[in-house]
Write a protein that binds this ligand. Sequence first.
Ligand SMILES: NC(=O)c1ccc[n+]([C@@H]2O[C@H](COP(=O)([O-])OP(=O)(O)OC[C@H]3O[C@@H](n4cnc5c(N)ncnc54)[C@H](OP(=O)(O)O)[C@@H]3O)[C@@H](O)[C@H]2O)c1
Length: 254
Amino acid sequence: MGLELFDLRGKTAMVTGGNRGLGEVAVMALAKAGADVAVCGRKKGELDRVCSAIRELGRKSSSFLLDVTSKESVHKGVKEILQEFGRVDILVNNAGVNYRVPVLEFPEDQWDLILKTNLKGYFLVAQAVAPKMIEMGYGKIINMSSILGTVALPNQIAYASAKGGVDQMTKVMALEWAKTGVRVNAIGPTYFETELVAQLRNDPERFQFINERTPMGRWGYPPELEGIVIFLASAASDFITGQTIYIDGGWTIW
Ligand SMILES: NC(=O)c1ccc[n+]([C@@H]2O[C@H](COP(=O)([O-])OP(=O)(O)OC[C@H]3O[C@@H](n4cnc5c(N)ncnc54)[C@H](OP(=O)(O)O)[C@@H]3O)[C@@H](O)[C@H]2O)c1
């Protein structure tokens, strides 16, 4: 038993929101481990840039315009991916948005957008992709959750509600598909420097709070996400399903 457990050659992965941030990190990790990757999102130019980087690694890659808030767009995108690649072995549900204000000021339209993107969007994409995985008898679904799926912070009412929902969604899908070969797990990151959290990164007080609250004393570096993505996408995690695995420098220890 060796590194071949982590080998993704011959597998096709699909990543939503793969054009930047943690989605791009996941895309590149999967490609480095050998997978061909369908890079999905809303910005053709940025998606194509990521696809070129994957092809430089010798893998197959194409971009697909897919808005996770639209069932029609999700089904169209998944159909096109299946037409081009013939299979999806690995799905990373990653697309996400956030908006931070206290509960009493929280606008309904932001609540709707966050829940539609970060929760319903994951459901729609998994529902579109899973039938092919079940037919193949093998699949790996990785839902990008957050420490906020289990811990609370002020100003995060919609985001924390959605991520808590992602953790529960992960368990229900895992249970329903446990005997089909489809494994469903979630990753719960702490703060990693991306556009999503730039506002907090640029606020010295918030930046320091996060450093001090984290047992390891710092934010995550985006490349540190690579290992857990490859692990959950590969045969190395074949007996794991329904779990949220935190990558948080110890935040959720206490
Ligand atoms: N960064 C962190 O500290 C952190 C911590 C915990 C969890 N996470 C989770 O990790 C995931 C990625 O976050 P990130 O930090 O990489 O954020 P990011 O840099 O803001 O990237 C978010 C991605 O989601 C895409 N997206 C948003 N709405 C979409 C839609 N309707 N359809 C398709 N794609 C859409 C964005 O595409 P556009 O370019 O088109 O907007 C972008 O590619 C999210 O689920 C987030 O909740 C992040």
